[in-house]
Ligand binder design. Structure first.
Ligand code: ADP
Length: 593
């Protein structure tokens, strides 16, 4: 079966995951060793039981006193209590460690997700990322919180129990060796197949969820284009794949579980049979046979748990591979440390594609002179926003270059890039925090006076001052609700604080009511003052005000010049201008036909 993997985020290799997990443990080494020591002590206390019971059998076999038996009984009780107390402390300590490790994992994952190149997220879609953030993190959580500590306990207990059995009576303990090849073969067989099986299971679920989210998000489009049957078919196919993948791992378990089950019943039977024979011939005492048999009986529990959790660990490991994989997305920019010489922004023979083989920009050349204002106009889908994003360094060109002061934008640190060029769009997010916090995102060192003067400069001081707590008013989700125009102004204030010399501006203020828009325009004018501006113009009168107009059509700059020059040449721009003059109520003859 082919596995759907196109466009999904990468999955880390086995070696990569191992290194990562070891690194995590390494950082907690002292604590982990401490907890292991506690578990070892607990296991040792547990080992006294069979030994004492063996002694009891031996004592009853010969003549004994009541006090002797009472004595053994008391000792037994003491060890049981000691074991319980030690296990309790160790469990608590290991839970604390596990929570710490899990928290670290989550924080690191979040850091990686936030740092993902925008281009990657756009390509991979949100379904895959969401599956990783939800079900993979859940699977990881079970592994880290329960499977890891439980495996450690079980391992320590099993090893110590085996050692005790051998020390008690090596000859009687020998039969348990039979178990190891059996366990080894079955487990090897399982482990060889399980990781791929579980990875596939996760992958098909990612695909399934990606499809479902797409169907949900694009519900209207699907309705409009009559794609329902096709979407349902895709859903059915994905569910079938998920079923096949689940059945495969279930098959693995149905082979592995019974073979291991039988593997740990055998030693008990063996110890009784062989031990009995040895005892009959005087090569072992009844006390020894009893103790070893009980040890083997006691071994069943940790080994059973060990194997049970191994399965969970496998699932966790495949989830971890997917979480670590998110960090393996190659960066879409490489900082060289080169410093821009000057403020000239230019695009040279820029080609760009969102999807391989489908260029949307076909060789753009544009030199933005410092201090000038260029308006970009052209039909919808011509590539204006795309060019804008490239000029602001959000995407890198496929071929050609976009440079500021001679340095490619994608070679600048993001912080530095934002001091050179910034993109201003109408999508503005107000973050949870105070108004001041929202502003300081652009310049953390700014003090309140600076914030106030910036707000004044864009004519936003009055309303901020009128908020319940002024600059300290909590805004964002759950806080004071700002109007879209206010949110825009906050974003503009951030720009003034970041102070880039060049702005790429998506001029759509059309979503706001006209009064707010006029007000906002004044704020914007204050921000633009003294800066180089590349504006994606949605209204022709703003194009008229620009120093030069670039007409973008079909991924190319088809006309470039001042308003007067373009009018004189009588090209596409002149025609649009005339039709707009004839009917200025249409907001834009060019930007939004
Ligand atoms: P404009 O701003 O002039 O309307 P765009 O730059 O938005 O044009 O779009 C140019 C072309 O690129 C269009 O064909 C559009 O469908 C495509 N496009 C835009 N954004 C994406 C994206 N994120 N993924 C794939 N294709 C895109």
């Amino acid at each position: 079966m082919s596995t759907p993997n196109s466009g999904l985020l990468p999955v880390a290799s086995g070696a990569d995951v191992k290194e990562y997990a070891l690194g995590l443990l390494q950082r907690q080494r002292a604590k982990v060793l401490g907890v292991l020591a506690l578990y070892a002590l607990a296991a040792l206390a547990g080992l006294a039981g069979p030994r004492l019971l063996g002694e009891l059998v031996g004592a009853v076999q010969h003549t004994t006193t009541r006090t002797h038996i009472d004595h053994i009984g008391l000792l037994l009780a003491g060890f049981v209590v000691a074991q319980a107390v030690l296990v309790r402390i160790a469990r608590y300590a290991s839970s604390v460690i596990a929570e710490g490790v899990f928290a670290e994992l989550r924080e690191e994952f979040l850091r990686k997700v936030v740092a993902l190149p925008l281009s990657t997220v756009e390509r991979a879609g949100t379904g895959d990322l969401l599956t990783r953030m939800t079900s993979d993190v859940d699977a990881m959580s079970r592994s880290v919180r329960f499977a890891m500590p439980e495996t450690m306990i079980a391992m320590a207990t099993a090893i110590l129990t085996l050692v005790a059995a051998f020390l008690t009576a090596p000859l009687v303990a020998l039969p348990c060796l039979v178990v190891f090849p059996l366990l080894f073969v079955a487990t090897r067989w399982y482990l060889k197949r399980a990781p791929q099986g579980y990875l596939r299971e996760r992958r098909v679920y990612s695909h399934l969820f990606a499809g479902l989210t797409e169907t949900l998000e694009g519900g209207r489009t699907i309705d409009a284009l009559g794609l329902q049957a096709k979407r349902v078919r895709r859903g059915d196919d994905d569910i079938r794949r998920a079923f096949v993948a689940e059945r495969y791992t279930l098959q693995l378990r149905t082979v592995w579980f019974p073979s291991t089950e039988s593997a740990y019943v055998l030693p008990v039977v063996g110890a009784l049979l062989i031990g009995g024979l040895l005892a009959l011939h005087g090569h072992a005492t009844l006390a020894q046979v009893t103790a070893v048999t009980l040890y083997f009986q006691q071994l069943v529990d940790p080994v059973d748990r060990l194997l049970g959790w191994l399965d969970e660990l496998q699932i966790g490991a495949s989830s971890l591979a997917r979480l670590v994989g998110v960090g393996r997305v190659p960066a879409d920019r490489a900082t060289t440390g080169a410093q821009p010489q000057g403020e000239e922004l230019r695009a040279d023979d820029v080609h760009f594609a969102y999807r391989e083989g489908r260029d949307v920009l076909h060789g753009i050349n544009l030199v933005v002179r410092p201090g000038e204002r260029i308006a970009m106009v052209g039909p919808s889908g011509a590539g204006k926003s795309t060019l804008g994003r490239l000029l602001a360094g959000i995407h890198g060109p496929r071929t050609g270059s976009v440079t500021v002061g001679g340095v490619p934008l994608v070679e600048l640190e993001v912080d530095q890039l934002r001091r050179e060029v910034a993109l201003v769009t109408q999508e503005q997010h107000v973050f949870v925090g105070s108004v001041a916090d929202n502003l300081r995102l652009a310049r953390p060192s700014a003090d309140d006076d600076q914030l106030r003067s910036v707000l004044r400069s864009i004519d936003a001081y009055d309303w901020v001052q009128a908020l319940p707590d002024g600059l300290a008013t909590a805004v964002g989700s759950g806080g004071y609700v700002l109007t879209p125009a206010q949110a825009q102004q906050i974003a503009l204030a951030r720009l003034v604080l970041a102070d880039p010399h060049t702005l790429v501006l998506d001029e759509a203020t059309s979503l706001l009511d006209p009064r707010a828009a006029r007000h906002l325009e004044r704020s914007l004018a204050a921000v633009l003052k003294g800066r180089t501006v590349v504006a994606i113009a949605h209204r022709l009168h703003t194009a008229h005000d620009a120093h030069r107009v670039a007409v973008v059509d079909g991924g190319l700059v088809t006309e470039l010049g001042s308003h007067d020059e373009l009018m004189a040449s009588g090209g596409a721009y002149a025609q649009l201008w005339h039709s707009w003059r004839a009917d200025p109520t249409t907001p834009s003859g060019i930007g939004q036909p």
